[in-house]
Design a protein around this ligand. Sequence first.
Ligand code: FES
Length: 101
Amino acid sequence: MKRATFSWLGRDVPFLEGESIASALDAAGLVSFGPGMVAGDTRYFCGIGACQGCLVRVNGVVREACLAPASAQSLVEPLDHDAGGKPLHTFPHPVAGGTRD
Ligand code: FES
């Protein structure tokens, strides 16, 4: 199998050909994929596209990381960050009623 890397906030994340982005992030020790849009952090959970818990931005498009194949051309980011690690916007915080930034 061919090995390559994709970019996650400036960090090269290794993956094997055919591996999903979520699997590669998890294997790299990244348990949290960043703040979610509703509550808590996004993360690898169901692995079949059902829970929407693993949403990330792939080349600017929101995708389920567990379904998106890893690609050497991919720029993968948390939902609320750009490639430089800067927040794009804030989401309402479900508990505090404010924003998390
Ligand atoms: S882990 Fe559930 S949709 Fe990706």
